[in-house]
Write a protein that binds this ligand. Structure first.
Ligand code: PMP
Length: 289
């Protein structure tokens, strides 16, 4: 579906997956005026299909659109478009326990601009793909490298929204980490270079006794929807949850560390995973039953 700067999106259409035409001087190609979301549809044990908190993704896209000077679909339009896309691709939703259908909504400045400015026209598309585990380790521990040279976000930048440019800046750090045998990169804050931020595509949590700490959402990390859900689950299980500055030194003293995200769901970092396992099982029963 398309719209002008007024944000009145046209009636959408379902088209087969394939290349789309894009103006060479579009805002997205020239100035990175693009946002995306990522969410999943799961097949439940009674064979119905469940979307995990799509309204949260719609709201996050709306917040991001404001930062990127773009109009965005309403929560209702977003959720309805996601539902229709999933229904049209129902056969691609894997059986329970065998993965999920990853849903990728994209909002982009598709209108032509030459001088730096927001585009005059926007396109909203959704594509889907069946997926399995994000990390080859599955639910086995992953190993992260603490990055001290590259940063993914700076205060005042766009780190807290899901804009395409944030991911361009981390490609190189991730490539180097993978070449060295690490699963992914753990970023530190760009000012003090000592507080945890997040991993390339997930949020991070540190467990010490009954206390679970995670970096507070203060402009440079993405407010993850899985993060929010895990905080709720942890509180309901009697853990104390602290959203605060978490120093990199705390990793060494932690009982457990894990990360959360739509793609990774919950991944343990390192070999201790008692609390992590408990939270994973609560979250999956929450999703699947
Ligand atoms: N941080 C970043 C940078 C991400 O790309 C993601 C994935 N969307 C997350 C955290 C986790 O967010 P969510 O739980 O909403 O997938």
């Amino acid at each position: 579906t398309k719209c002008g700067q007024d944000g009145n999106f046209s009636e959408g259409e379902m088209i087969p997956f394939g290349p789309i035409a894009l103006n060479p001087s579009s805002g997205v190609l020239n100035y990175g005026q693009g946002l995306f979301e990522g969410l999943k549809a799961y097949r439940t044990t009674d064979d119905s299909i469940l979307l995990f908190r799509p309204e949260e993704n719609a709201l996050r896209m709306r917040t991001g659109a404001e930062r990127m000077c773009m109009p965005a679909p309403s929560v209702e339009q977003f959720v309805d478009a996601v539902k229709q896309t999933v229904l049209a691709n129902k056969r691609w939703v894997p059986p329970t326990g065998k993965g999920s259908l990853y849903i990728r909504p994209l909002l982009m400045g598709s209108g032509a601009v030459l001088g730096l400015a927001p585009a005059p026209e926007y396109t909203f598309i959704i594509f889907v793909s069946p997926v399995g585990n994000y990390f080859k380790e599955g639910l086995a521990p992953i190993n992260l490298i603490v990055e001290d040279k590259f940063h993914r976000a700076t205060p005042g930048g766009t780190g807290s929204v899901k804009t395409i440019g944030n991911y361009a800046s981390v490609l190189m750090a991730q490539k180097i980490a993978k070449e060295k045998g690490y699963s992914d990169v753990l970023y530190l804050d760009a000012v003090h270079k000592k507080y945890l931020e997040e991993v390339s595509s997930c949020n991070i949590f540190v467990v010490k006794g009954n206390v679970i700490s995670t970096p507070a959402v203060k402009g440079t990390i993405l407010p993850g929807i899985t993060r929010k859900s895990i905080i709720d689950v942890a509180l309901s299980k009697g853990f104390q949850v602290e959203e605060r500055l978490v120093s990199v030194d705390e990793l060494l003293e932690a009982d457990e560390v894990f990360c959360t995200g739509t793609a990774v769901v919950v991944s343990p970092v390192g070999s201790n995973m008692l609390a992590t396992k408990e939270l994973v099982s609560c979250l999956s029963s929450y999703i699947l039953h």
